[in-house]
Design a protein around this ligand. Sequence first.
Ligand code: CTP
Ligand code: CA
Length: 223
Amino acid sequence: VENALAAGPLAGKRILVTSGPTHEPIDPVRYIANRSSGAQGTAIARAMSGMGADVVFVTGPADVAPPEGVQVIKVQSAREMLSAVQGALPADAAIFAAAVADWRVKSESGSKIKKVAGALPTLEFEENPDILATVSKLKTGRPGLVVGFAAETDDVIDHATAKRERKGCDWIVANDVSPETGIMGGSENAVTLISAEGAETWPRMGKQDVANRLAHKVAEALG
Ligand code: CTP
Ligand code: CA
């Protein structure tokens, strides 16, 4: 879909945003997931769209509704998210705000696992694809700007800097999600933007303000 208001600093740019958690099924009634409301990813998609971009929004089962005026692709699992992302490329920029589950249950049960007193189930896991790393390392069709997130509880900048290099993305938006910050599930965020040029710490502000500021940075980078 073309952005109806095709004006603004991101007019004519196609931007992919992932958001929300993924759900990895155990059986028809149970799943494993990361904690994520989808608020920050949704705010980013809204900001980009408001600046004129054509936004493709790939979202797991989030608490908040997707923004108006963007193309929404709803997924459940990490593998579904990867194929939705691959199907949505090419893009001028891609922002990976989703909290993707690192592991999935190896053999999902087709029927409900029954509770048996005294007998605990054993779950075997396997690794999910790393969507951000996969896109960052594309030889052809890599978006010009790839941005990842790093939600950490300790050594935030060190972990996030290493993550940027390991995954091969251009920028990492790092934040401290220790319970005492109240950021998880809250309306504010406090982030540090890490690029090859270094780290830039922004003051704590509303998630929509973080999104707007990031969208301006992206517009600047895309020229
Ligand atoms: N990500 C992804 N696919 C995955 C895991 C993560 O696309 N399977 C993306 C996230 O959307 C985020 C970034 O990678 O932009 C960092 O995610 P994070 O969970 O912090 O990194 P991991 O490499 O999984 O490291 P860890 O969970 O051990 O901190
Ligand atoms: Ca992870």
